[in-house]
Design a binder for this molecule. Sequence first.
Ligand code: NDP
Length: 485
Amino acid sequence: MTHLAQPTASHFINGEYVEDTTGTPIPVIYAATGETIATVYAATPAIVEKALETAKAAQTAWAKMTGTERGRILRRAADILRERNHDLSVLETYDTGKPLQETLVADATSGADALEYFGGLAASLTGEHIPLGEDWVYTVREPLGVCVGIGAWNYPTQIACWKGAPALACGNAMVFKPSETTPLCALKVAEILHEAGLPAGLYNVIQGMGEVGGALVTDPRVDKVSLTGSVPTGKKVYAAAASEMKHVTMELGGKSPMIVFEDADIENAIGGAINGNFYSSGQVCSNGTRVFVHKDIKEEFLARLAERVSGAILGDPQDEATNFGPMVSERQMDIVLGYIEQGKEEGARLICGGNRVDMPGYFVAPTVFADVTDDMVIAREEIFGPVMAVLDFEDEAEVIARANDTEFGLSAGVFTRDLSRGHRVIGALEAGSCFINSYNDAPVEAPFGGVKASGVGRENSKEAINHYSQVKSVYVRMGDVEAAF
Ligand code: NDP
């Protein structure tokens, strides 16, 4: 990786790279080969302290700048991300194992979109004037203070930007802890933000496992916690933040339904099912992993799906021809292979895949199970890998009830040519981020997030502003104060 402008130390604090080799070493393993490509060191208590202290100190002056000034810096950072998209994509591929074909269009570019969007909104964050006869109330949109971001390993650049951009636009400071599995990319985001003119201390990145995240979440200087991760971690972090009455955003996992009616355009539905199960080797929280297919078209759907899945090109993720990469880690590969074995034991019909691929790295073949029933573990638990479960259904009311019968509620999709059915069914599904005749689009303009156990709050769009700011209301009396005595 030496040709690459890679991060030069483990942490980025107060506008510069900081190293502290007394922390626990964390090897960064390239998932396509199993080789260690870098080592970072977990934050010691001194590093955690330094990050929080500088964030707290820098935030006040940042909040006093105009939105236009703050926004200009974020938009400049967006431009730099785009200019360096190729190198950042190569780094993202080393960090995660995702193919360059994907990272070139989905990671730094999506991070840049967030910086540009929230940079553009920053100047328009205003309050209201509420007339009350002679008197009036005005409201002021204020930042929260110091925000902590904790990331998952599947989209390290994107998550660092999706949390950082709205936080900074609103006048907050951020301390971000990436997943220990993918620690590199967020450091480059911090470096670029400061290169774009962000005053030192406003976006700090520190490394570590859960205990570093835990220390950040409970610190009294922290006003908000935004986590992207699994539901069990989300419950722990939410509880810890709630005990101190901190604001939270929780972007958690899912087991989302994708419903294909008999009148659907089958090629589009299969395209949606492929995007919603095999992009990033299935390591996407909003994936539509329960694909309900109407029984009249099921066999046709499965035959054509198997044909199209055979077009997956597994190989060196840095080769732009590769369109399917490895699992992020050996551990994740083992988890996914365990679920595949369970699917076989439970009696699901294997249509394709179902095995580790005999090549270096942590590759699991794109896998499709048919005849999956609602009670099977592969239909109930989030696998976070390339495993699609196809379930049959016969009528609309039945499929809606079955689709909603889950603790999760992140996403849902419907494929049909009947538009009123499309809207009716989406209206009845318990999910936050939904699609009609598409799957897994996540433009920055659209709110993103889940209901039920899949999360609290929304990222992206104007909605995110509400989660990174608070409203002060001020009553202004023009006349005398009347009092009882
Ligand atoms: P985890 O829940 O294991 O970890 C998420 C982050 O939380 C990591 O940085 C982790 O650190 C940290 N963490 C773990 N324990 C604690 C704790 N007690 N206090 C504070 N921080 C803690 O998720 P994964 O990284 O394995 O990511 C996969 C999950 O993320 C999937 O379930 C997926 O659905 C979800 N996800 C949700 C998305 C969404 O937007 N809704 C998007 C992407 C993924 P470390 O890993 O270093 O231990």
